[in-house]
Structure formats: C-alpha cells, structure tokens
Design a protein around this ligand. Structure first.
Ligand code: ZN
Length: 328
C-alpha cells in the first residue's frame, strides 16, 4: 500500500539567463484571485460518489450531505440504489454493474469477469438493457479491471480491459450514449485496450476513476489527445482521503499547496476531460464534507473561473446529460 514519495516536478520555468547558465525558479502554484470566492460556492457534480447498500447511510443522509456542501449531483459509481434515486431524483447519476462485477469475481475469479457467457452477467445484461431503456440508468461502473495495488487484498486483481464481457457493456452503453467508469492502473496494455474500446464505441464516454492514480500526468494527456470520449475524475488524488482511511500514502495530484505542476498543466491543456469526485468508500463517507472542502480550497481555486466551472460541474453536465435541479 505504501507508495514511493511523490516527486514534485519543477514548476514551469522562469529561466534567468546569466552568461551560459540557466537557473530554474521553482514557483509554487498560485491561487487565481478571481477564483477563490467562486471555488467556495460553485455547484459541484461528485462523479465518484458511492452509496453502498451494505453501509448504514440512508438516502436522506446522502441528500443532506450533498445539500450541506452544495453538491448538486452525485453518483456515477455503484451501488445503484433505487432509494437514493427516489430521494435525489434528477440529482442522481445512476450507474449499474459494480455489484454484478463483484459477484462474478467472488464466484468465478478474474477469468469470470472476462466471460461473455457468465451466468451472472447473462442475467445482468437484460436488467441493464431495461434500466437504460427506461432512462433509470445512464452508465456502468465502477468496474475494477486493474486494482492490484489498491483496495482490500481480497479484491485486488488485474484483468485485460478489452475483453468480451466488457465489449458487451460498451455495446449496451453505445446504444444509449452512456458512460463506463473504469478503475485501472496505467500500462501499455491498458492504453491499447482503452484506445480500442473508445474508438469502437464512439458514443460511450469512458470515465477513468482517480485519473488512473498515476504519478505521470502525461499518460493521461496522451489518451485525452487521442480520444475526446476518454475523461477522468480526480477522487482519491489529494490528501484528505488518505487521512480519513488511515493510509500512509502520498497524494497523487494535489496537496495543501495546490495542484502539482504536471497536473495543472494537464488540466489546462484538456479542461473538457477532467471532473471531480470524492470516493466516499469504506468509511470515508463520514468525512464527506472534508473531502468536498479539500476540493474547494486546495484544488479548484488554482484554476481560472472558466476551467474551475468545467471541473466542478460543467463537464459532468455534458457527459452525464444532467439537468439543473430545482433550487435548493
Ligand atoms: Zn470507487
């Protein structure tokens, strides 16, 4: 679980020329003065908001957490809960499939997750089709295809992302302009797979959970550059989640001094392909307000107002076809 310390790249440079010597200046990220107030109040779409069935938080509890933090929309990962949907109405981003994925994994192992004909999946495809057709569901996720360094050891795994079962999920989502949220770690095989899937199913938006938890933001730049239907979300890339879960991990993309320079550059280059989330999993939901405050203080104000709004909710409104809810 312990990751190597994050090496903070040297900030974009001011180079002063003295004879033949270039001296790099290492500037900390600066908040954008126009964005501080906006970051505190901007509506947020939390696109990695788990509302697990087995945890004791009621649908009302979730709505109140969202109301208290001006989170207008939330979801896009499992569990799909009818009671949460009834409570949140158009504020819910309904995603299905995480429960089926876990059932198959515990019954048939990693091979089962790639099996188009797995009996649990066969049953699930039909249910998914009906929910998409009725407009009750907009996507699939969170599908863990490679979480070999994160999560409980019991659930760690690596499977090929481009596999027959995954292609079936993409085919269903393709018919409904849906999304698929995938939790993976970057390597060359994953890159090839996700580029194939996103080319073969152009109506589907892929959301990469935790922006792949990568220490190299450039790998995302390469994917974003090649495919406009690949996006990512920033949950679990700051410091607060690690504190809440008692993990001895370095933050991936931002800390109390703001976003790391390579991440800031990535987002400024591809502002339409990044969203935000909290990942209130495994007990972290008790710190929901802290997770949102961290985004409002340590992340959002470092961007221009225009980019800030895209990160906070405008990209999510586009990707998930969200409607403005009635005033809170
Ligand atoms: Zn998650």
């Amino acid at each position: 679980m312990i990751k190597l310390p994050k090496y903070r790249l040297i900030q974009p440079a001011f180079f002063w020329f003295f004879g033949v010597v270039f001296l790099p200046f290492n500037l900390s990220a600066q908040v954008n003065p126009e964005s501080i107030a906006l970051a505190k109040n901007v509506p947020i779409a939390d696109v990695h908001m788990h509302t697990y069935e087995q945890n004791p938080r009621s649908a009302t509890w979730w709505r109140e957490q969202m109301d208290n933090n001006n989170v207008r929309w939330g979801g896009a990962v499992g569990d799909y809960r009818k009671d949460v949907q009834a409570e949140l109405k158009e504020r819910y981003i309904p995603a299905i499939g995480q429960v089926a994925f876990f059932k198959v994994f515990f019954k048939d192992g990693p091979q089962g997750l790639m099996d188009l004909e797995n009996p649990i999946f066969l049953n699930f495809y039909d249910r998914a089709e009906k929910l998409f057709e009725s407009g009750l569901v907009k996507g699939f996720g969170e599908f863990h295809t490679d979480n070999h360094t994160s999560g409980h050891p019991r659930i760690r795994r690596v499977i090929k992302t481009d596999n027959p079962a995954m292609r079936k999920f993409y085919a269903i989502a393709q018919k409904h302009n849906g999304f698929i949220q995938i939790h993976a770690e970057f390597n060359k095989d994953f890159e090839k797979d996700i580029l194939s899937l996103s080319a073969d199913f152009p109506n589907v938006t892929t959301v990469l959970s935790h922006c792949l938890s990568t220490n190299d933001a450039n790998v995302l730049a390469s994917l974003f550059n090649k495919r406009k239907n690949i996006t990512c979300e920033m949950s679990a890339t700051g410091e607060v989640i690690n504190k809440l879960l008692g993990l001895n991990k370095q933050p991936i993309a931002f800390d109390s001094k703001g976003p790391f320079s390579d991440w800031k550059k990535l987002i400024e280059a591809y502002p339409n392909q990044v969203m935000i989330g909290t990942d209130p999993c495994c007990g972290a939901e008790r710190g929901y307000s802290k997770l949102i405050t961290e985004l409002r203080v340590n992340f959002l104000p470092y961007f221009s107002p225009d980019i800030l709004e895209k990160l906070a909710y405008k990209n999510a409104v586009r990707v998930f076809q969200l409607k403005e809810p009635s005033p809170l």
